[in-house]
Design a protein around this ligand. Structure first.
Ligand SMILES: NC(=O)c1ccc[n+]([C@@H]2O[C@H](COP(=O)([O-])OP(=O)(O)OC[C@H]3O[C@@H](n4cnc5c(N)ncnc54)[C@H](O)[C@@H]3O)[C@@H](O)[C@H]2O)c1
Ligand SMILES: O=c1ccn([C@@H]2O[C@H](COP(=O)(O)OP(=O)(O)O[C@H]3O[C@H](CO)[C@@H](O)[C@H](O)[C@H]3O)[C@@H](O)[C@H]2O)c(=O)[nH]1
Length: 430
């Protein structure tokens, strides 16, 4: 099939390369010339394991990129993989989606034959039908339901394992309003589903597909917050929370995934998506109490971490090493990293902060240009009065003699990853 994808970031590039891998002809449309050039040169514009190989393999053949929206005219379906950030009050900001839909609509005015426009981005329920579809109709002059249809196909990939997640999904969700659109979506996903050993395919309505994505992320984020709530209780009783949560996870009704207690969830999705569905629910008259509590628990974890630090060291004037700046290991992404509220609070308290991350230092410099950055964990720890471990990079598990170079070896571990205990003041957050 001929597929066009609007937006070539984490999601757009990954799905383009993977669709090409399963045999489709794909064109990426992005407003960023550098991204387009990089893709056409066979280089992935983002860092994801396995993506470089796929882009190199298919660029110039089944995969190409352009800034020209006219490219969508030669395709059967267009996926919108554009950002859906948060407004200050947590509501979803649809301005980029609306701009993309306007460009697609204007272009489709020249389309001969049927077309399906599929929302791939995470959008609150009714957005595709009540915001995107009317823009497409207005700009194209075409009729929804006969000249074209809309669909919704939420994405569940994780950063750091995006290619593997997309090619081998737990499920595929296809939301459509008409049989004709459902057939096109099925044709797009059939080759992927076949090679992925037939994961469940959920054919549903458009707003149901939109809601499944939020329910998924809200559930996972809440599961972590519940684990953190329970782990905080364990801490007060001096009970090993890992032992408790490992045992709880063995119940097949609960499962062990996403019970990793610690300093909480960050990243480009959980915080904005939980905030967006809470705000959307409020707009339709529902107070999402559980989700509000999940956010509250998450916001409190960094505060608890600093309280533990204060039990041992006065941060004012102290040199504090922050180990781990990325929102999770395996990525250089620092969006909503738990390191950000921690560093903010340390600076407010008058600490002298030195950060270290194996790959995310340059991205964190944009947030905190004035703190020190070390080239290794050893360098960060040298002469520090305390260390906060924020990201569970494997290399932090192996730290040992490096702690001996600290002035006061106070270590507060936000991810229960450090194994050294002797000769240091070690406190786990949970
Ligand atoms: N990142 C993830 O892990 C992930 C996973 C699942 C779902 N999502 C959702 O997917 C959507 C996209 O997220 P992302 O992380 O890929 O975003 P991103 O910021 O990495 O990429 C978006 C791309 O869109 C381009 N763009 C912006 N305006 C454009 C326009 N008018 N026309 C063409 N291109 C334009 C940008 O240049 C950029 O390359 C969001 O709704 C997000 O919530 C993200
Ligand atoms: O047991 C756990 C698991 C994760 N985290 C934290 O949770 C955050 C998110 O981690 P993860 O879900 O692995 O990364 P993302 O790439 O943000 O992926 C999430 O967000 C994506 C965008 O919507 C979805 O597609 C994915 O399914 C969903 O897992 C990170 O800060 C992790 O440190 C924990 O604290 N404990």
């Amino acid at each position: 099939m001929e597929i066009s994808i609007i937006g070539s970031g984490y999601v757009g590039t990954t799905i383009a390369a993977c669709f090409a891998e399963v045999g489709h002809d794909v064109v990426n449309v992005d407003i960023d010339e550098d991204i387009v050039t990089s893709l056409n040169d066979g280089e992935a514009p983002i860092h994801e394991p396995g993506l470089d190989e796929l882009v190199e393999k298919h660029a110039g053949d089944r995969l190409r990129a352009t800034t020209d929206y006219d490219a969508i005219l030669e395709t059967d379906a267009t996926f919108l993989a554009l950002p859906t950030p948060s407004e200050d009050d947590g509501h979803i900001d649809l301005s980029i989606m609306e701009a993309g839909a306007r460009s697609v609509g204007r272009t489709l005015a020249d389309k001969e034959g049927y077309h399906v426009v599929v929302t791939k981005s995470t959008v609150v329920p009714t957005t595709t039908e009540e915001v995107i579809a009317p823009i497409l109709e207005e700009e194209s002059g075409l009729e929804l339901g006969s000249d074209f249809d809309v669909g919704m196909n939420p994405e569940f990939l994780r950063e750091g394992s995006a290619v593997a997640d997309f090619l081998d999904p737990d499920k595929v969700v296809l939301g459509s309003q008409t049989d004709r659109a459902a057939t096109v979506l099925r044709d797009v996903f059939d080759p992927l589903v076949e090679q992925a050993d037939s994961p469940p395919v959920i054919e549903t309505g458009v707003r149901e597909a939109e809601m499944i994505k939020y329910a998924n992320n809200a559930f996972l984020a809440s599961k972590i917050s519940l684990a953190n709530d329970l782990a905080n209780i364990c801490k007060e009783y001096d009970i090993d929370s890992e032992e408790v949560l490992d045992a709880v996870g063995l119940d097949s009704r609960i499962g062990s995934a996403f019970l990793g207690a610690g300093v909480g969830w960050g990243g480009s999705c959980f915080p904005k998506d939980v905030a967006a569905i809470v705000a959307a629910a409020r707009d339709v008259g529902y107070e999402a109490k559980m989700l509000e509590a999940a956010v509250e628990v998450n916001d409190r974890q960094p505060v608890r971490m600093l309280d533990i630090l204060r039990d041992h060291v006065d941060p004012s004037g102290a040199r504090v090493a922050v180990l781990g700046l990325a929102f999770k290991p395996g990525t250089d992404d620092v969006r909503n990293s738990r390191a950000i509220p921690l560093i903010d609070a340390l600076l407010d308290a008058g600490a002298d902060v030195v950060g270290y991350d194996p790959v995310a230092t340059e991205n964190m410099r944009d947030h905190f240009p004035d703190i020190d950055y070390a080239d290794s964990a050893a360098e960060a720890l040298a002469d520090a009065d305390a260390a906060l471990v924020v990201t569970d990079w494997d290399e932090f598990a192996a730290l040992d003699d490096e702690f001996d170079a600290m002035t006061d070896a106070v270590v507060v571990d936000g991810r229960r990853i450090v194994s050294r205990r002797d000769g240091i003041v070690y406190e786990s957050l949970v």
